[in-house]
Design a protein around this ligand. Structure first.
Ligand SMILES: [Cu+2]
Length: 264
């Protein structure tokens, strides 16, 4: 008698299970495609596939999957004077067969995502669009919540207009194997300054310029520049400390293509 009842209950539970499961997975699917979920970027040696290209302003996490045979890196570039050269964020050294997350806060506008198999060159670029009103997203997307660390960094910036003129320009010459600029070793800058770095390649192979903040994180990059050519990047100096310039190609930095400056 009792076992019959147990069986009946069990039977009912089993019958109910598929329904629950179906319901649950349906919910997961819809939330994965919403902005709160991760957006997959699949990089191979010849492709850079992004799961979607239209976004709402706010925080997005890209799930980067390297299905190629070469180590890759993925960049998000913002638009600057009609070209996509402003590094919004990037993840480097994504080995073949591995995955990494790339969180980013997107404000309205057009961006290019670049997958760079072999970690060199302009990469394979795809455009994404973030909808919305450029004037309003920051206050609404960034409630004064101290828990959102990405938001805190943003609002902590002295916030000159991101498209405004830089406070100064520094021309860096690159050759094998050194970086050189005027006032090197004694250059100091102030917190809040925006500096436009121009990299002029006076060598005979490609060079690039990576800029690291005091915490070792990349704050900007001049993509690889061919001999005789120039590239630019504007960076905001948001915290005091020692900043580092490096050529990120091969072992160039180890061979001497590195420099530092101080921000007070
Ligand atoms: Cu170099």
């Amino acid at each position: 008698m009792r076992s019959h009842r147990t069986l009946a209950v069990l039977g009912a539970a089993l019958l109910a299970l598929p329904l629950v499961a179906a319901c649950g997975s349906g919910t997961e699917n819809s939330s994965a495609s919403a902005d709160s979920g991760k957006v997959a970027i699949t990089a191979t040696d010849s492709a850079c596939d992004i799961a979607k290209t239209d976004f709402q302003p706010g925080d997005v996490t890209f799930a980067l999957h390297n299905k190629g045979r070469r180590t890759t890196e993925v960049y998000v570039y913002g638009e600057q004077k009609g070209t996509f050269t402003k590094v919004v964020t990037e993840v480097e050294n994504i080995g073949p067969g591995t995955s990494r997350d790339m969180p980013v806060k997107l404000t309205p506008g057009t961006y290019e995502i670049a997958c760079k198999p072999g970690q060199t060159g302009d990469g394979i670029r795809k455009r994404i669009t973030v909808q919305g009103d450029a004037a309003s997203p920051s206050p609404s997307a960034a409630p004064a919540s101290p828990s959102a660390s990405a938001t805190v960094t943003e609002t902590a910036q002295p916030s000159p207009s991101p498209t405004g003129a830089p406070d100064r320009e520094i021309e860096v010459e690159a050759k094998e194997y050194e970086l050189e600029f005027e006032g090197m070793d004694k250059l100091t800058a102030k917190v809040g300054e925006r500096i436009e770095f121009t990299l002029e390649n006076k060598g005979s192979v490609e060079h690039e310029l990576e800029l690291f903040g005091p915490d070792g994180k990349v704050i900007g990059e001049v993509a690889p520049v061919k001999p005789g050519q120039k590239g630019k990047a504007v960076v905001s100096l948001t915290v005091p400390g020692t900043y580092t310039l490096k050529c990120g190609i091969g072992a160039h930095a180890d061979k001497g293509m590195t420099a530092t400056f101080t921000v007070n």
